[in-house]
Design a protein around this ligand. Structure first.
Ligand code: BG6
Length: 484
């Protein structure tokens, strides 16, 4: 199969950090189609050689195991080309058209890793140049729009040019091995399904914590913030994977129909819940790994009086028969105490305690997304010192480390999703109605904040966020998993 990938935003941050390394890994694993071409598109006036050189220097910064050898890079570089384009100029698309027409690849992927404000222009120009052929697939990076209206507008213009099964809206969290494992755990095993409901589950906690700050993306982040950057997409997709009903089969639409139902069932916001159940925070100076780091307002490209949130914690519920009354807590932020993404399912305690030490202790299932990828089942067992007290229980855990078990066979999120695009598999991509529903749900939060004159709550870099986050969950009688 011949294959061309056109990477709009080919000199942007995402291409350097995620896409090129993922394409290289696919190349190394032998999963990129034979004779693939990767055409980077950017504003700069670069030759192919210069572009390859830029990528080589970036690859030098990768972890050693992901870095190509000299020979590997030479072979990979043979796939790379560069086209300089002003994205508003039709003649530049005509040039791209001619370049692609030279070999009429079986599959052409247009990957839009640019600012979302350019999506409409790009797809309209692609259509005007006759580049929306049936062989073409388009990949749209998040954030897809800035709010519900802009999301609808982008989806509408893309929908005028490509059919829904040609559109791959990426959320790289769906490509993470742990998320696919979550689907496998829930729908490939009978064990948990009877327990996966309000009768047995007390609460669910979704944490996506990052140690990194906004790095060089201050200007982008200023107009985005954690709610749009992480909650509207990644965190809600995780919530869907936990909360959805079993799909009727593994086809893309069967899965997406179920996720959509979860999004539609999220408890609507009220003035009271917006005030009590949503916390926005912003990191102040602090320390990460023992090193002092600047506060958000001191970062390059950031307004010194910025109101932008770098942290969000919220409480919601899924209003249906399975989940009514079970709190789902979401928490995500930059410059937190660790890089830690996980979902914790806390089960209800036994209905009657016969061991003294059992009171207040309950089982939990932890789905670790990163840095390690695995499952922990926390149980209670007979304690060690039987002579002193034969009724002492001690927490123990079953620990499944998928990195060790499947190590070498695992592929990273972007690599996995890129291969799915090449094969035309839509299961791990987001449908437009899901996105619309997710925007509809976060919009009242955005509006509430716009009208809120109070600063975001400041938290020192290197902590777990504002203390109000613990108070929010304590109101329900619970605490965050790292506080247990
Ligand atoms: C991206 C966000 O979607 O996800 C970034 O734009 C964030 O701000 C990143 O850092 C986190 O992804 P990961 O895979 O490193 O957890």
């Amino acid at each position: 199969m011949s294959f061309d990938l056109v990477l709009f935003g080919g000199t942007g941050d995402l291409s350097w950090r995620k896409l090129m390394p993922a394409l290289f890994q696919a190349f190394r694993h032998g999963t990129l189609p034979e004779g693939a071409r990767i055409i980077g598109v950017g504003r700069d006036d670069l030759t192919d050689e210069h572009y390859r050189e830029l990528i080589r220097t970036r690859f030098d910064k990768l972890d050693l195991c992901k870095r190509p050898s000299g020979d590997e890079f030479t072979r990979f570089a043979g796939l790379l080309e560069f086209v300089s384009m002003d994205l508003s100029k039709p003649e530049h698309y005509a040039y791209l058209h001619d370049k692609l027409a030279q070999r009429q690849a079986d599959t052409v992927v247009m990957y839009l890793a640019t600012a979302p404000t350019l999506f409409t222009t790009i797809v309209e120009q692609l259509a005007a140049a006759g580049l929306n052929t049936p062989q073409t697939r388009v990949v749209l990076e998040k954030p897809l729009g800035h709010d519900l209206t802009s999301n609808r507008a982008i989806n509408h213009s893309v929908g005028q040019v490509f059919s829904e099964n040609q559109i791959f809206r990426i959320d790289h969290y769906l490509g993470k091995p742990a998320v696919q494992n979550l689907f496998a755990l829930r729908f490939g095993n009978a064990l948990f399904e009877p327990l996966w409901r309000r009768e047995h589950i007390a609460n669910i906690q979704i944490t996506i914590a990052e140690e990194l700050g906004v790095e060089k993306r201050g200007a982008f982040y200023e107009t985005t913030g954690a709610l749009r950057d992480m909650v509207q997409n990644h965190a809600l997709q995780l919530l869907c994977a936990i909360g959805m009903e079993p799909p009727i089969n593994s086809h893309a639409d069967a899965i997406r129909d179920e996720k959509l139902k979860v999004l539609r069932s999220l408890k609507p916001w009220t003035t009271e819940s917006l005030t009590q159940d949503v916390i926005r925070g912003q990191y102040a100076a602090g320390a990460i790994g023992g090193q002092p780091v600047a506060g958000y307002r001191e970062e390059v490209g950031v307004n010194p009086n910025s109101q932008t949130e770098t942290f969000v914690a919220l409480r919601t519920e899924i209003s249906n028969w399975r989940w009514a009354g079970v709190p789902f807590y979401i928490r995500t932020g930059k410059r937190l105490a660790g890089r830690d993404a996980r979902i914790v399912v806390n089960f209800r305690p036994t209905p009657h305690a016969i061991f003294n030490s059992q009171i207040g202790m309950a089982n939990s299932l932890v789905i670790n997304l990163q840095p390690k990828d695995g499952l922990e089942l926390h149980l209670l067992a007979q304690g060690q010192d039987n002579r002193k007290n034969s009724h002492t229980l001690a927490p123990v855990q079953l620990d499944l480390d998928f990195d060790t078990r499947f190590g070498g066979e695992r592929v990273g999120a972007y690599e996995r999703l890129l291969l799915d695009v090449i094969d035309g598999r839509l299961n791990l991509f987001v449908r437009s109605d899901e996105q619309i529903e997710a925007w509809r749900w976060v919009e009242p939060i955005l509006t509430h904040w716009q009208n809120d004159t109070q600063d975001p709550r400041h938290y020192a870099a290197g902590t777990w966020g504002p203390s109000a986050t613990s108070a929010m969950i304590a109101r329900d009688g619970y605490c965050w998993s790292e506080e247990t």
